[in-house]
Design a protein around this ligand. Structure first.
Ligand SMILES: CC/C=C(/N=C/c1c(COP(=O)(O)O)cnc(C)c1O)C(=O)O
Length: 387
């Protein structure tokens, strides 16, 4: 369960026992054609895959030398983000293991909504832990989770954001041995980073085929925002074998990397253990996870996936960042130029792409993961931009 020096499972023996049972069930499911068939059938007929690859015709015209920009439309999936790809896969695994209740963490509420959706579909009980700050900031998703029958537990500890939601979910996992923890990103103890990457790899598999079909060549850059790293690993996994494709991980610079109000774990973190795995962590003076900040709840996390940490050390991915302000501006630019309202998380990838596009020439085309839709963020954007 290691990616170079990162990953592993730093948990007590009782939890280690359950994680190895989980890994066994996952490996068995991978070997069962029936599991794969049912997963792929639901991706098609329930999630609505393959998700579109949309060319930004108007934005592309902004690039003086004719470079083109494409969006992988994970915002068009059922529930409005990439999170459903993973929630569905793990939900099927939970049912296969005979579990009747799932627990989850959420920040933006997209993973929580995906879990509540899959629980309704598969007849499972669902409890979602959510920081009280995010309960306020992503209220539309709290209503959606409750409408879908999930119990949403507000977490008041600490900053009341994603880190505390994960803490609370892990506590419940320990105290309730019958619960299945449906973890929402490529983080946490082994096998979660491997399992979540597997269930998100459909993104890169489709995008590579679609891009070759429409452009007749590979993208010069594949760009994704990074919170825990699951939409990025999903996209990147389709191109790891193509060294000509520059993989760009875009982190939240919040109020600036020179402040402590950001969540750029890859760019500014140091090696440490968080939530049972070793990775780049933003820590405070005593080495514990620092309080972090991003305008987008889904990127507001002090850790990052171990595979991304390893790919950074290998030099296989480029780590970039954009500020809250740049993400908010990109939210409006995409909405008003292409008629597509992106999630604030995804707006970080769009903001970087908009800076990159003018520097490219007519034989280059870039691919941006539009990881989710921005309805949940409208109040925040209207307030922050005084619209
Ligand atoms: C699992 C906690 C993260 C959540 N969301 C993260 C997120 C992210 C960042 O998560 P990763 O892809 O795992 O880095 C990107 N795009 C959208 C639309 C997101 O909602 C959530 O609770 O919905």
């Amino acid at each position: 369960g290691y990616f170079g020096r990162y990953g592993g499972a730093f948990v007590d023996s009782a939890v280690a026992e359950r994680l190895s049972e989980l890994e066994g069930a996952f490996q068995e499911a991978l070997g069962d054609p029936e599991f794969e068939r049912e997963y792929r059938e639901l991706l098609r007929h329930y999630v609505g895959r393959p998700s579109a690859l949309t060319r930004c015709l108007n934005l592309s015209s902004l690039s003086p030398k004719g470079a083109r920009m494409y969006l992988k439309r994970e915002d068009l999936n059922h529930t409005g983000a990439h999170k459903i790809n993973n929630a569905l896969g793990q939900g099927l695994l939970a049912r296969r293991m005979g579990k009747d209740r799932i627990i989850a963490e959420t920040g933006a509420g997209m993973h929580g909504t995906a879990c509540a959706t899959v629980a309704a579909l598969l007849g499972l009980q669902c409890t979602v832990f959510m920081g009280e700050q995010d309960v306020k900031k992503q209220a539309p998703n709290v209503a959606r989770m409750r409408a879908l029958g999930a119990q949403v537990v507000s977490v008041s500890q600490g900053a009341g954001t994603l880190k505390e939601a994960v803490d609370a979910a892990l506590d419940r996992y320990v105290s309730d041995p019958g619960a299945f923890y449906l973890l929402g990103s490529v983080v946490g103890p082994h096998p979660y980073p491997t399992m979540v990457r597997h269930f998100q790899s459909i993104i890169g598999e489709e995008a590579r085929e679609q891009f070759l079909q429409v452009e007749g060549c590979l993208p010069s850059h594949a760009i994704a925002c990074v919170g825990g790293g699951s939409n990025a690993m999903g996209l990147f996994s389709g191109f790891l074998g193509d060294p000509s494709v520059q993989l760009v991980a875009v982190e939240p610079a919040g109020l600036g990397l020179h402040t402590d109000k950001h969540a750029a774990s890859l760019l500014k973190g140091r090696e440490a253990v968080i939530h049972g795995f070793r990775t780049y962590v933003l820590t405070d003076h005593d080495g514990s996870p620092a309080e972090v900040h991003s305008v987008s709840s889904g990127l507001d996390y002090p850790g990052v996936g171990p595979e991304l940490a390893h790919l950074k050390d290998l030099g296989r991915i480029r780590c970039e960042s954009v500020t809250d302000r740049e993400a908010l501006e990109a939210f409006l630019t995409l909405s008003r130029t292409e008629g597509i309202i992106p999630a604030l998380e995804s707006s970080h990838a769009v903001a970087y792409a908009l800076k990159l596009l003018p520097t490219l020439n007519e034989d280059q085309a870039i691919l941006v993961n539009l990881s989710g839709r921005g309805d949940k963020d409208l109040d925040t954007v209207m307030r922050e931009l005084r619209l």
